[in-house]
Design a protein around this ligand. Structure first.
Ligand code: NCD
Length: 308
């Protein structure tokens, strides 16, 4: 049985396959509409979500399956003190596959020890978010036509942003990626990403403090929200939250074919005026999230459209 906890649980070949399936789903949705008939996906969200949970549910529905679950810890037995282990054992009695989001790093790793069905990590604290990474890779591939030879700028909260950590890990396996980290000192990527991901693999990265100084170089700009819920105190959040605001002025020096990604939700780090620029990919990215999750659910359940 396969689970998806960390983006590195998938090989590059497996990721390529998922991207191909997602592209095929986009081109031929009808072919896939019954592949998960009579199967159930449970979404266990102990933390808020809009895109991840709803795109998982829409994905399962578009595959002909059903969904069940909860959208906050308060509405589950976690509020009564139930452990993740017991919740997972229970939900495994009702569902064929589980997507879970939890505020504690490592909670999905605990879950797999008690699971009798595949577990998908839909975000664990400030750690990983592998299905967002698949969404990001599909988006970059569809926008740029490649996943190599790219200069990628990550901007904002690189310390607590789990989507950043997961995407960096995944991108280190592609050829000739130039990594540029744009953040204030307090929100730099964690030490483990510097040491275990970049230095260990001999991959250089640059750290800068403004987006203006690197804008002309970028092929992809990955914007992120300052992760208020992971700060120890509100004063630090207020001081740092408006460090970067991408607006049309800042884009004047950008490449004509820059791709601006954001996992969303946006607070105010991208001016809404940017939304109408063709370089803004973030709503297409949100749509891609549904298709790649369809591909992933099929893969983990071991079903394919060809068998039907
Ligand atoms: C992200 C997350 O939950 O980490 N959202 C998402 O899943 N699209 C990013 C964020 O919350 O800032």
């Amino acid at each position: 049985m396969r689970h998806l906890i960390d983006p590195m649980d998938l090989s590059v070949q497996e990721i390529d396959h998922l991207l191909e399936v997602a592209d095929d789903i986009i081109a031929n949705p009808v072919k896939y509409r019954d592949v998960c008939k009579y199967k159930k996906l449970a979404t266990l969200f102990f933390e808020p979500s809009t895109r991840t949970r709803l795109s998982f549910e829409a994905a399962m529905m578009e595959l002909g399956g059903n969904v069940l679950g909860f959208s906050s810890a308060n509405s589950s037995s976690a509020a009564k003190g139930e452990s993740v282990a017991d919740t997972i054992r229970t939900v495994g009695c009702y569902a064929d596959i589980i997507a879970m989001r939890h505020p504690k790093e490592g909670a999905p790793t605990v879950a797999v020890q008690y699971a009798n069905v595949p577990i998908i990590n839909a975000g664990d604290g400030g750690h990983n978010h592998p299905t967002q990474t698949l969404t990001d890779l599909l988006t970059i591939h569809r926008e740029k036509g490649r996943l190599n030879n790219l200069t990628v700028g990550f901007c904002g909260d690189l310390k607590f942003g789990r989507t950043v950590h997961s995407l960096i890990k995944a991108l280190t396996r592609y050829e000739n990626i130039t990594f540029i980290m744009i953040s204030p000192e307090e929100l730099e990527i964690p030490e483990y990403i510097k040491k275990d991901v970049f230095e260990k693999n001999g991959i250089p990265f640059r750290q800068v403090r403004t987006m203006e100084e690197v804008m002309p170089e970028l092929d992809v700009l990955y914007m992120t929200r300052v992760q208020r819920e992971r700060f120890f105190n509100e004063a630090d959040y207020i001081r740092l939250k408006d460090t970067y605001i991408l607006d049309m002025d800042k884009l004047t020096t950008a490449k004509k074919d820059l791709s601006i990604l954001h996992p969303l939700p946006r607070v105010n780090e991208i001016s809404v005026k940017v939304d109408d620029d063709p370089r803004a990919c973030y709503f297409r990215q949100a749509l891609n999230g549904k298709y790649i999750r369809m591909a992933l659910i099929m893969e983990l359940l071991g079903v394919s459209a060809d068998e039907n």
